[in-house]
Design a protein around this ligand. Structure first.
Ligand SMILES: O=C(O)CCC(=O)C(=O)O
Length: 284
C-alpha cells in the first residue's frame, strides 16, 4: 500500500512516512492549469516522437525530454513547494543544494511489456553503492498528467525496498501500483524499486518523470544542454538553479570562477533585468 497525502498535510508526517515506506503519493502536488499549459507547449513535439523505447522502456513508451527548453510551465512543476519541501527533508543533510536529476514526459501506450523493476540510484553503480541506512542521494518523483490507474499503466512500486539488500528480488505480491489522479505525484527514494506498467486501455498514460539529486553528484541527464542558457534565462531563479545553474559548496560546478547563475545573469539580459545580484566567487 502507498499512503496518500495532500499538500496541506503536515510536512513532518509526510516526511516520516516517506523515509519509512520509501514512497508516498501527494494527491494535489501540481495545479491542473500548469499541466494544461505544459501539455499545450509539448503537444506537437510529443506527437512527433516515436512510440517504442526498447527493452528497458517496455516497447510502448513515447518520451520527450528537454522540457524546460520546450516550456516555461515546467518551472512550476519542478519548484512545486511540496516536492522541494520533501527534498529539503530528505537530501539537505547530505548536500548544500540539490538539482534536477532527469526530466522527461513519458507516455505509456497500449501493447507494451512491463518495464523491469529498477532503482534510480542504479545509474551510479558500481561507483556509488548505497547501502540501506546510508544517506540518500536521490529523491525521485513522477507527476501524473493523466489519471494513473491499474489499467492504464500506473507505475509499479515496491514500498520498503529501500531497506533491502541490493540483490533481493521483489515478489509480485510486494509490488503495488501508484494509482492517483492527474496532478498527483508519487514521490520515492532513489533506492526504491519501481518500473512502468502495461497500459491495457486505448488512451495513453502521461507523466512527468523526474527527481532531485544531491548537488555534488553528476546529474543523470545533462540539464545544461537540455536547457541551454538562453532558454534558462526565461525561467525564474529557483527553477534555473534547480536545473543546475548554481554552484555547490560554493565552488563545485563553477564557470569563469563564478557561480553559474551569476554568470548567466551577466550574459543574459533578461536574467540581469530580474535584478539578481551578481557576485564573484574569485576570492572564495
Ligand atoms: O513511467 C513510469 O511509470 C516509470 C518510468 C521509469 O521509472 C523509468 O523510465 O526509469
Amino acid at each position: 500500500m502507498i499512503r496518500h497525502f495532500t499538500a496541506c498535510d503536515s510536512h513532518q508526517d509526510m516526511l516520516g512516512v516517506l523515509l519509512e515506506d520509501g514512497v508516498i503519493i501527494v494527491d494535489d502536488a501540481v495545479a491542473g492549469a500548469t499541466l494544461d499549459r505544459l501539455m499545450t507547449d509539448l503537444d506537437e513535439d510529443l506527437a512527433g516522437a516515436p512510440v517504442g523505447g526498447g527493452e528497458f522502456f517496455g516497447g510502448a513508451m513515447r518520451r520527450i525530454h528537454s522540457l524546460a527548453w520546450r516550456s516555461t510551465a515546467i518551472a512550476d512543476v519542478i519548484t512545486a513547494p511540496v516536492l522541494t519541501g520533501l527534498a529539503d527533508g530528505v537530501l539537505l543533510d547530505n548536500c548544500r543544494n540539490y538539482r534536477i536529476q532527469v526530466l522527461g514526459l513519458f507516455q505509456v501506450w497500449q501493447g507494451g511489456r512491463l518495464q523491469p523493476l529498477h532503482r534510480d540510484i542504479g545509474v551510479y553503480e558500481p561507483y556509488v553503492l548505497r547501502e540501506p541506512g546510508s544517506k540518500e542521494i536521490l529523491l525521485s518523483w513522477i507527476v501524473a498528467v493523466s489519471d494513473f490507474t491499474t489499467a492504464n499503466g500506473a507505475t509499479r512500486i515496491v514500498p520498503g525496498s529501500h531497506t533491502w539488500p541490493r540483490d533481493r528480488i521483489a515478489r509480485e505480491d510486494e509490488v503495488v501500483q501508484a494509482e492517483m489522479p492527474s496532478g498527483a505525484a508519487v514521490v520515492y527514494l532513489g533506492s526504491v524499486l519501481h518500473g512502468a506498467a502495461v497500459n491495457t486501455t486505448d488512451q495513453p498514460r502521461s507523466a512527468i518523470v523526474s527527481g532531485y539529486a544531491v548537488g555534488w553528484l553528476r546529474q543523470e541527464e545533462s540539464q545544461l544542454l537540455d536547457c541551454p542558457p538562453e532558454a534558462a534565462a526565461r525561467l525564474p531563479l529557483a527553477a534555473r538553479q534547480l536545473l543546475g545553474y548554481r554552484a555547490h559548496s560554493p565552488i563545485l560546478g563553477w564557470a569563469e570562477q563564478r557561480d553559474p547563475d551569476d554568470l548567466l545573469a551577466e550574459r543574459e539580459p533578461d536574467v540581469a533585468a530580474e535584478g539578481y545580484k551578481v557576485q564573484s566567487l574569485q576570492n572564495v
